[in-house]
Design a protein around this ligand. Structure first.
Ligand code: PLP
Length: 359
């Protein structure tokens, strides 16, 4: 691989990780859980203005799996999920043996459409299926249409899981993403805005939920002096080495967000005169995006036939990575057999969109 390749979203070292790592090694905390993980959780809680309890996990996917269980999802239940997303929003629904039902996006945020969501809930009800939970995603840094979406499940008393894996640092009307549902989830995978190498977090409103999450994530051990288990457990706790890296990364989160936002501004300027290319941007001042990735839509009627794939291959010639937007879940071979409520929004975004690298 050429070292000069420009990637979509590389992990950075802040230079602050080493002292946290040294501390972790000194206290012989080379395991999962423990005081360094607690410190990282506290740092995150502090960052989120102490509005939620944080439970750190070894991936975002694990956090989604735990979150669904905490919201009571069980085998046979139906979970409505945004179709425009990464597969990790959906796979945990299937780990549980529940059924995903896909919902289309709306054009201003590319996230779940409140109108289609309402139609989907009603149509499922008419078929005798009560939705157990809704998974809404904040894609590419953009918060979802918070008020319009939340009004829908509220009227049916359906809990909302916010897959905020990509949006640490984003907010809606000043409220941080991750706290905009009943349970939120972050990912600290290497490609996200900050990383712990691999890791995630559950953001919970209630202390009992946090205790329950910790219990499930650490093999569901009963309170006994020996190993006794009355429930299925998981090995989902964050490692202290990952937490030490995370503490060092959190220190520079503000700078990272600014860098991503500068990247977005760069592309806005670059394409300001380009006919047929639109840079995906905040729909109003209510939305603050960390612009995890800068994404564009290309109208080939106005660009003399330029398509996302032609543009991607062009960038590839300069060893610059570009990537198509998420291919909607209802079009994925593994998920296409599940019910879906879609018009053409997510499918057309996939057809005409591209994610761009750092400049
Ligand atoms: C990255 C990501 C996840 C999964 O997080 P991991 O830490 O990689 O398990 C889930 N949902 C979305 C939308 C993501 O971008």
């Amino acid at each position: 691989m050429n070292v000069d390749r420009i990637f979509l979203s590389e992990a950075h070292s802040s230079g602050k990780e080493l002292s946290y790592l040294q501390k972790a090694l000194q206290v012989k905390a080379i395991t999962s859980g423990g005081s360094i993980v607690r410190d990282f959780e506290k740092d995150l809680e502090h960052y989120l203005e102490d509005k939620v309890y944080v439970n750190a996990t070894n991936s975002g996917t694990a956090a989604i799996h735990l979150g669904l269980m905490l919201l009571g999802v069980q085998s046979g239940d139906e979970v409505l999920c945004q179709t425009m997303t990464f597969s990790a929003s959906v796979n945990p629904i299937l780990y549980i043996g529940a059924t995903p039902v896909f919902v289309d996006s709306e054009p201003s945020t590319w996230n779940m459409c409140p109108v289609v969501l309402d139609e989907a809930i009603q149509d499922r009800l008419s078929k005798g299926k009560k939705t157990k939970c809704i998974v809404v995603v904040d894609l590419y840094g953009m918060p979802y249409q918070v008020e319009k979406i939340r009004a829908v499940p509220a009227s049916y008393s359906i809990p909302l899981l916010e897959d905020s894996a990509e949006v640490l640092g984003s907010s809606y009307k000043g409220m941080p993403c991750g706290t905009l549902g009943d349970i939120g989830v972050f990912s600290f995978n290497g490609n996200k805005i900050i990383t712990t190498s691999s890791g995630g977090a559950l953001l919970l409103l209630d202390k009992l939920q946090k205790e329950r999450a910790t219990f499930l994530a650490t093999q569901a051990r009963d309170a006994a002096p020996y190993y006794q288990h009355s429930e299925i457990g998981y090995n989902y706790a964050m490692s202290s080495i990952a937490a030490a890296v995370g503490r060092g990364q959190l220190e520079v989160l503000k700078e990272r967000i600014q860098a991503r936002r500068d990247n977005h501004s760069f592309y806005c300027e670059l394409f300001s005169e380009a006919k047929g290319i639109t840079v995906f941007s905040e729909p109003s001042n209510d939305f603050f995006s960390n612009y995890w990735l800068t994404t564009i839509l290309i109208d080939k009627e106005k660009t003399n036939g330029l398509t996302p794939e032609i543009f991607r291959l062009f960038l590839e010639e300069f060893n610059i990575e570009g990537r198509h937007l998420w291919k909607p879940m209802h079009l994925q071979p593994i998920f296409e057999k599940y019910p879906y409520y879609v018009d053409k929004m997510a499918a057309s975004l996939f057809e005409i969109g591209l994610c761009l690298s750092r400049f």
